[in-house]
Design a protein around this ligand. Structure first.
Ligand code: T1G
Length: 703
């Protein structure tokens, strides 16, 4: 912070102390801002010429919250709770005028003021729970006193943003401004307060919203029961405890409880994981090409293929407001593709999340075609046709002939060599991989696969498309499986090895769920369809290392047509189309049979060993993917596994998790496991080097 640009400026105008927070880009409450705020309040308090105080934020936000980068570092005074208490203790009325985000500590500052006014652009919220934390500057005590336990718990447990009108209705603010001039509106409201006598209305003294103790307790009990149902996160239950303290005890007592529980959340690995995810999800947007090239315009897009993937991609494009042409080989297939799109919107209508008119307006932007000439004006075309190189070549040959110059030509292939596709046409510079995940209109991850000859502005266009589609983009290099599927293949193989060595598929799935995955690898296989992995194994058979261990169990099930949910059985039984599978004794007999064929005497595994092997394989392959430049940084692997493969976001991703466990331990595990399979457990050179140098994966994220 340079001195001639202090992050908090105080001027006095007509007896009103104007406190402007100016800490770009979002007025985060770093230590300099906290000091500046505290000094401003002290100065206003001491100045007899000052009759009232107005706090506003400069730029696009009131205050976005505490400076998230400070967490995990030694705390620096003044602590935010003390700043908030000082604001509240001012003997002159303090008004907070809010525009844009007032989040976390930002809203806590506003709630410690005596009055709040907001413009239409205001976004008020207490999203600390999304960082593994809780409002730690009085928010858990002041919010219930303003809006009651129910509304306060809803805000704190969801982290959602509340607009100005809803905030007014809740009692969170006192007035909605009629213009966007937040400073003028704030000044007008201060004059209104002074004209009404200028009372100092301390939030800690508000009791009305908590008056009906029975009703408040019912809300707290309901929230506690709801939190108990949701596994995984640590801080929600602590938030409920804080609101209980607000109901039961004194304000100071409640602050004491809040501080103690905030410290517990701060110390939790979930805070480290979630904050890592917060920044990683922003870092992945900054691919090198996006810094040197502007994206091409995207208004009209073409989707080739109306199957599950093609229809899902078409819905994602339609949801982004784009004009979409779906191309299929004939009218029958086209009709089926359009029906798949319609079914998605009919489902939303059934859930009352879309009206029939809304659906009609969306479908009006979808055009069907069976002739490539319909794509002549498309700005971008993505193909989602059969995963066969000859088919891809035929599609791109047509696109090369028909599409306008500068059209971006994308493939959704999940493993084929995109360089080979690009080199087969006359404009390889326009070819890129856009790897969507099924269901493509739901899954957030979009791997943007960068072939050798693609131009930088086409890569930038891929990132722009991700922004339009509200996807999480990760830049990936070309290899079999790019980032996610390549790592998945490795940790799935590790699971198969453990299954053949003595663990049941059900124990392995249970381990993954206990770690925080929504499903284990065999449940995932049954959901996606075992035939997909089977096709991959058959494809790779010719090039598979004959010395590599190969487990036949999955093939054995597939040869019986046991693909999973879609065939009524896979690793689990799904009687009468049940969604939740039940373990199948016949599968266990097949596993035993395959063990015998392989000459293996089964042994038992502890849940901990299952987890360490599963994660060591994932981390080791992730290190290889970074080492080879397929992923730019370890954080790109983290974002991929979190947003495409169910890795628990509160642990930050496999590479962040490895840093938290300690790379020496991970490498030690790999060396131990290599004793019985040196080929599969070859340690990544990058991992070995980092351990030798005493560094971690995070050190590569910063580079
Ligand atoms: N601290 C530090 N940096 C932040 C930040 C924060 N709170 N919020 C945003 N940034 C950075 C972000 O990394 C990015 O940096 C740039 O600002 C623009 O962000 C004690 C404990 C405010 C809605 O959780 O939700 O208060 O990439 O790309 O899309 O009780 O940022 O440019 O280098 O997201 O316009 C609670 C988090 C903190 C709000 C703006 N507050 N931020 O969205 O821009 S904990 C939050 C957001 C706390 C107290 C507790 C969003 C936004 P770079 P952006 P945006």
């Amino acid at each position: 912070m340079d001195n001639d640009h202090p992050p908090v400026q105080l001027t006095v105008q007509n007896h009103i102390a104007l406190v402007v927070i100016d800490n770009p880009p979002v007025n985060a409450l770093g230590v300099a801002v906290r000091r500046g705020l505290q000094q401003a309040i002290e100065q206003a308090q001491a100045d007899a010429n000052v009759h009232a105080v107005l706090i506003v934020g400069k730029g696009k936000a009131f205050i976005a919250g505490a400076d998230i980068r400070e967490f995990g570092l030694p705390p620096q005074a003044p602590a935010l709770p003390d700043v908030c208490n000082a604001i509240e203790a001012c003997t002159k009325p303090v008004v907070a005028a809010i525009h844009g985000p007032a989040l976390g500590g930002g809203l806590e500052v506003a709630m410690s003021a005596h009055y709040r006014v907001a413009t239409a652009s205001a976004k008020l919220g207490l999203p600390e729970v999304q960082l593994g934390l809780l409002p730690g500057a009085g928010g858990t005590q002041r919010a219930p006193r303003l809006v009651g336990a129910q509304a306060a718990l809803d805000m704190m447990l969801s982290g959602r943003h509340v607009g100005a009108q809803e905030a007014l209705r809740m009692g969170l603010i006192d007035h909605v401004a009629t213009s966007d001039d937040v400073q003028a509106e704030g000044m007008a409201y201060v004059r209104h307060v002074l004209s009404e006598g200028g009372a100092v209305r301390r939030t800690r003294d508000q009791t009305e919203a908590l008056a009906d103790q029975v009703k408040q307790q019912v809300a707290i009990d309901a929230a506690r029961a709801d939190v108990a149902k949701k596994r995984g996160l640590f801080s929600p239950a602590k938030i409920v405890d804080c609101v209980q303290a607000a109901l039961d005890g004194s304000f100071e007592g409640g602050l004491h409880t809040e501080r103690a529980l905030f410290e517990q959340c701060l110390a939790s690995p979930q805070r480290a994981g979630l904050i890592h995810s917060f920044f990683a999800e922003r870092e992945v947007l900054k691919a090198p090409e996006t810094k040197v090239a502007k994206p091409r315009s995207i208004k009209e897009v073409g989707v080739i293929g109306g199957g599950t993937m093609g229809a899902g991609i078409a819905v994602a494009m339609l949801d982004a407001g784009l004009q979409v042409t779906m191309l299929e080989r004939d009218e029958t297939a086209l009709a089926q593709g359009i029906t798949r799109v319609e079914k998605v919107y009919d489902g939303l209508i059934a859930k009352k999340r879309l009206t029939a008119e809304g659906k009609a307006a969306i479908m009006a932007r979808l055009t069907g075609a069976t002739d490539y000439s319909a794509l002549a004006q498309a700005d971008l075309v993505v193909e989602a046709v059969f995963e066969d190189m000859a088919v891809k070549h035929a599609v791109f040959k047509q696109l090369d002939a028909v599409c306008k110059p500068g059209a971006v030509l994308a493939t959704n292939t999940s493993y084929l060599d995109i360089n080979e596709i690009a080199n087969a046409i006359f404009r390889p510079q326009d070819v890129i991989g856009l790897h969507f995940f099924s269901p493509a209109n739901i899954m957030k991850l979009l791997e943007i696969v960068v072939p050798a000859k693609v131009s930088a502005d086409v890569v930038a266009t891929g990132f722009e498309l991700a922004r339009l589609l509200k996807k999480v983009p990760v830049r990936a290099g070309v290899c079999d499986g790019f980032i996610g599927n390549r790592i998945l293949a490795t940790y799935r193989t590790a699971a198969d090895h453990m299954m053949e060595d003595g663990a049941s598929p059900y124990e392995i799935d249970q381990m993954a769920r206990a770690f925080g995955y929504p499903m284990g690898p065999y449940e995932v296989s049954d959901l996606a369809g075992g035939d997909i992995g089977w096709a991959t194994r058959k494809r790779r058979a010719a090039t598979r290392d004959p010395k590599a261990r190969y487990v036949h169990i999955a093939d054995n099930l597939c040869e019986r047509g046991w693909f999973g949910q879609k065939t009524g059985r896979g690793y689990y039984l799904y009687p009468n189309g049940a969604r939740n599978g039940t373990p199948d004794p016949e599968v266990l007999a097949i596993v035993a049979e395959e063990r015998a064929k392989a000459g293996i005497t089964p042994r038992s595994f502890t849940a901990e060993e299952l987890q360490r092997r599963y994660l060591a394989a994932m981390i080791n392959e992730g290190a290889k993917v970074v080492e080879e430049g397929i992923a730019l940084r370890p954080l790109d692997v983290d974002v991929t596994l979190v947003h495409g493969y169910g890795f628990p976001r509160w642990l930050g991703g496999p590479m962040k998790y490895a840093d938290m466990v300690g790379l020496p331990q991970v490498l030690g595990d790999i060396h131990t496991f290599a004793l019985d399979d040196p080929l599969f457990w070859q340690p990544a050179a990058l991992l070995v080097r980092l351990v030798e140098e005493g560094r971690d994966f995070e050190s590569l994220n910063k580079a």
